[in-house]
Design a protein around this ligand. Structure first.
Ligand code: MNH
Length: 416
């Protein structure tokens, strides 16, 4: 029997004629809906939307196959592709075979290394101290909007470490106009599903989209221009590295347009993901008091009496339990919940499911992170032990992918 003789068709929820599964999922709670479909249909299922096949995988075995970079590559489609309006061929939205992707990858890797974090740490602590000042001065009956303050924290941190710009979010009630524009852009590009009549229906929104894109691009271009014209005696930030860095392989530099795309990219890829991680972490700490107690104990042990001194990079590295808490929060709610792949050639995965060349194959991370074959019978339980001792070393790495895969994995994970 040949490998193609025992093929089975990929499970698919019932859809409507013509539009297929276009309305099978409610876009306003897309990820929860897809998780429910995975729960119902298993580790692989597909949707047909306007003649396109969308495959979703969430079993660790199948994800391991799809993460084989000789067989599958990242593909930029749908909402991600629409982000090219402001992120162009930057790292996140560029194609792997685009020369600008490998050029920026090589130039930027050192600026995101563990070692490089030392130069950002004082700037990170500047912003973190603004949050602390604010929270220290609340009354016991004040309400804190935690997610909003976490967005202020991560956004301002990327602004100052990325390109020396202060959004000063802790000094305003609403967000900086740049962020209002960015958020509108993200929500518009994520809502559009290419359905017929959409252009007509959302004409006003699309006009706004282009106005926002022009505003953002212009603001960032001004920042780059200004930096080029000054000696830059401030602390080194990512923009400095991008302006001076050369690709070791070709000797080339990044163009100003590409640097603008990278800056927009850091803001898009970095602020909501990291703030979401921090919000979920605080939520789980409050829901699991024994974990919180152990976290306090670890911090006290490492920082001791120097609690008024900001922690050093070295001290942060001595807190395995804090790290485990963060990674466990990212297991249950990975804040970039999916990534898109496509096979180079016709593929068969799981021994029986055909995935024709180029098929859009999405790894559904929250479901992967609940695969009972790996995480046991109660995957919903918040358990930092999943990342202590040799738990990670003895587990299939494909079972945990909050930062994506291989060479296209997140460049900002140390930063986060
Ligand atoms: Mn990040 C790619 C998750 C923080 C910049 N990031 C990815 C991918 C995931 C991801 C998943 C892969 C996407 C894909 O395959 O299409 N990122 C996260 C999470 C956090 C995060 C969960 C925080 C927690 N990311 C950050 C921060 C920055 C950043 C902070 C920058 C300051 N991420 C990137 C960039 C890429 C990326 C740039 C694209 C890397 C590449 O393909 O070269």
């Amino acid at each position: 029997m040949g490998p193609l003789d025992n093929l089975e068709s990929i499970p698919q929820p019932d859809g409507a004629p013509l539009v297929g599964n276009a309305f099978t999922v409610d876009a306003s709670r897309l990820i929860q809906e897809l998780m429910a479909l995975a729960e119902e249909h298993g580790p692989i299922f597909k949707l047909e939307v306007m003649g396109n096949t969308l495959v979703f995988i969430s079993g660790a075995d199948m994800v391991a196959e799809a993460c084989d970079e000789k067989r599958f590559d990242k593909t930029v489609r749908g909402p991600l592709k629409r982000l090219r309006l402001i992120a162009g061929d930057g790292l996140f939205t560029g194609d792997t075979d685009d020369p600008n992707w490998s050029k920026a990858h090589h130039i930027l890797l050192p600026s995101f290394s563990q070692k490089a974090m030392g130069s950002y740490l004082p700037m990170m602590q500047d912003i973190a101290s603004q949050l602390m000042l604010k929270w220290e001065r609340t009354n016991s009956d004040d309400v804190i909007d935690v997610p909003k303050d976490m967005i202020r924290l991560t956004l301002d941190t990327i602004g100052v470490c990325g390109f020396g710009y202060r959004f000063n979010s802790f000094y305003r009630e609403d967000f900086h106009p740049f962020i209002e524009a960015l958020n509108r852009t993200l929500s518009t590009t994520q809502q559009m599903r290419g359905l017929p009549g959409e252009k007509l229906l959302k004409g006003a929104q699309i006009k706004q989209l282009h106005r926002d894109a022009a505003y953002m691009n212009n603001l960032v271009d001004e920042i780059i221009k200004e930096r080029r014209n000054t000696d830059g005696d401030g602390p080194s930030d990512l923009l400095d590295f991008m302006l001076s860095g050369r690709d070791a392989q070709t000797g080339e530099r990044l163009s100003d347009e590409n640097i603008r795309f990278q800056i927009n990219t850091f803001l898009i890829a970095g602020h909501e993901t990291t703030s979401g991680l921090l919000s979920f972490t605080l939520y789980y700490l409050l829901k699991n008091r024994h974990v919180l107690q152990r976290a306090y104990a670890e911090v006290d042990e490492v920082l001791g009496r120097n609690i008024d001194q900001p922690p050093s990079l070295q001290q942060i590295g001595q807190m395995p339990y804090i790290r485990a808490i963060l990674l466990e929060a990212l297991r249950l709610w990975p804040t970039a919940p999916a990534f898109g792949l496509a096979p180079f050639e016709d593929e068969v995965i799981g021994g029986k499911y055909a995935i024709p060349k180029g098929t859009f194959t999405t790894v559904l991370i929250p479901s992967l992170h609940r695969d009972k074959c790996v995480w046991g019978e109660d995957p919903e339980a918040f358990n930092p032990e999943n990342f202590m001792g040799d738990a990670e070393a003895t587990r299939d790495p494909a079972a945990y992918k909050p930062f994506g895969n291989g060479q296209r994995a997140c460049i900002g994970r140390q930063f986060a």
